[in-house]
Design a protein around this ligand. Structure first.
Ligand SMILES: [Zn+2]
Length: 215
């Protein structure tokens, strides 16, 4: 049973490749639906398909600006260009045109723009990481493991600038939920989800914060 104490949000994630022996990683951003119950099996299947060439698979992944961008092999269906970054800020009528079968109707990127790879995660240091990454999936091409982290609140707040305003946000840290060998049976995603949710809830209550703008 999923713990529902945490208010529902867009569940952001990162799919990352481990850097050698130091405990750091670089990842690509996944903008939503990153929780294990939905995403775990998809990622696991991809890793099973690619384990023989995991090193080059990891390198290729990091060439893209986001997970969505990787899945579409860098193709933007709105302007028809490759490796320009994941499309974002897409106007509704443009989405409708593409859904109705029009091919690249916005050649000059007037009604959409592209995500820069600035949301990548570089380390375990949450000070440097993008905000509100909920789940991090760290793949090691050297040990053939998948390590899963959940972000949880920690003591203290930090001020961050979002368009026009200064916000106070809780600091967070990454909590390791589990490490799994790619050669063993598929992890129990529901168990991982529940464990992450439980631990998240615990730290959420331990470090309560009223969020709001400061300016
Ligand atoms: Zn585009």
């Amino acid at each position: 049973m999923i713990n529902n104490n945490i208010p529902p949000r867009i569940i952001r994630g990162s799919i990352a490749i481990k850097n050698g022996d130091d405990n750091s990683w670089i990842g690509v951003f996944k903008k939503d639906k990153s929780y294990p119950l939905v995403f775990g099996e998809e990622l696991w299947n991809l890793l099973q398909e690619n384990w023989k060439t995991l090193q080059s698979w990891g390198k290729e992944l990091l060439e893209y600006s986001s997970w969505e961008d990787y899945l579409s092999k860098g193709f933007c269906k709105y302007c028809g260009k490759f490796v320009v970054g994941e499309p974002c800020k897409i106007k509704v009528d443009l989405i409708e045109k593409v859904n109705n079968g029009m091919l690249a109707p916005d050649l000059n990127a007037v009604a959409h723009s592209h995500l820069l790879p600035m949301a990548n995660l570089f380390s375990k240091n949450e000070e440097k990481d993008g905000l509100w990454i909920e789940w991090v999936y760290v793949i090691s091409p050297e040990t053939y493991t998948l390590e899963i982290f959940k972000s949880v609140r920690k003591k203290g707040t930090k001020k961050i600038k979002m368009p026009g305003k200064l916000w106070e946000q809780p600091k967070y840290m990454y909590f390791q939920i589990g490490i799994f060998s790619l050669f063993q049976t598929e992890p129990d995603w529901e168990f991982i989800e529940n464990k992450g949710s439980y631990i998240s809830s615990y730290y959420h209550n331990k470090y309560p914060l009223k969020q709001g703008t400061l300016m």
